[in-house]
Design a protein around this ligand. Structure first.
Ligand code: AMP
Length: 284
């Protein structure tokens, strides 16, 4: 496995693979690799011949007061995992290599970035789409792999690729969960033992919403109030949003139909947690 810090080394390594007729996969990450990343990597190894994993804690996508400085960076352990999981190239640039000077060019996906996390993290998605566009241009993958865990990000990236005719496919992998149902996340490390136990209520509330939708409940307010009930059992949980939206447009539909994304974000102590489920009402 090769580890590259410089953009030109990535281009050289990828070109060599492409010259041999290999297809290129990319899994963009911020490191602190866990079972969620592993699923993306496993899928990428199956679907492409030469896999690039980027490890980059992108400073521009963190707002003031967010966790950029304390975000875990267990770099050597990450490299060990990548070796074990069959990655060919790790691209781990320092911020100055991605942003050698003030960045003046941004990719902004309108409308889809406004609701849900967009309301609470101004500028976040613009930074995510921009860094992903840069990574796509540096690596030029055939397929890039993202997780459904970050549902809004998945919708936004797909739309950017379509709107800009970027020559790659976006593959969305299902959310990997701990045995109790909590979505695996690097930020779960911030939780105390008690908070870690309580965090599962996010998923419990989503499950309840799923049950209600599958049983034919069409009243959004009823579903949300049931979820709030479940979440009210957790002391000090600060819910930022609970929304039922159309899975493609991310808009709140007048009538629940088609594919519905139930999405939640909440702060629990030092951690901001997000989770979601997708329910296809045409299939219930
Ligand atoms: P991150 O390192 O948190 O930026 O995540 C890198 C990629 O892994 C993103 O596409 C995430 O959506 C995805 N990911 C993170 N956690 C999970 C999870 N529990 N299940 C599936 N994918 C995940």
């Amino acid at each position: 496995m090769e580890v590259a810090e410089k953009i030109k080394d990535v281009r050289r390594a990828v070109k060599a693979a492409r010259d041999k007729g290999k297809t290129i996969g990319l899994v963009p990450t911020m490191g602190a690799l866990h079972a969620g990343h592993m699923l993306l990597i496993e899928r990428a190894v199956k679907k492409t011949d030469y896999l690039v994993v980027s490890i980059f804690v992108n400073p521009t996508q963190f707002g003031p007061g967010e966790d950029f400085d304390k975000y875990p960076r267990p770099f050597e352990a990450d490299l060990e995992k990548c070796r074990k999981w069959g990655v060919e190239l790790v691209f781990a640039p320092k911020p100055y290599r991605m942003y050698p000077r003030e960045n003046l060019t941004w990719v902004n996906v309108e409308r889809l970035t406004e609701p849900l996390c967009g309301k609470f993290r101004p500028g976040h998605f613009r930074a995510v789409t921009t860094v992903c566009a840069k990574l796509f241009n540096i690596v030029q993958p055939d397929i890039a792999f993202f997780g459904q865990k970050d549902a809004q990000q998945a919708v936004v990236i797909k739309r950017m690729v379509e709107d800009l005719n970027l020559p790659l496919e976006i593959d969305i992998c299902p959310t990997v969960r701990e045995p109790d149902g909590l979505a695996v996340s690097s930020r779960n490390k911030y939780l105390s033992t008690q908070q870690r136990k309580d965090a599962v209520y996010l998923y419990k509330s989503l499950q309840r919403a799923g049950e209600m939708l599958e049983a034919g409940e069409k009243n959004t307010r009823k579903i949300i109030s049931e979820m709030q009930n479940i979440l009210s059992r957790v002391p000090f949980l600060e819910v930022q949003y609970i929304n039922l939206v159309d899975a493609q447009t991310l808009e709140e539909p007048e009538q629940l139909k088609g594919e519905i994304l139930v999405a939640i974000a909440a702060k629990l102590g030092p951690a901001r947690l997000i989770d979601n489920i997708l329910i296809d009402l045409d299939k219930t």
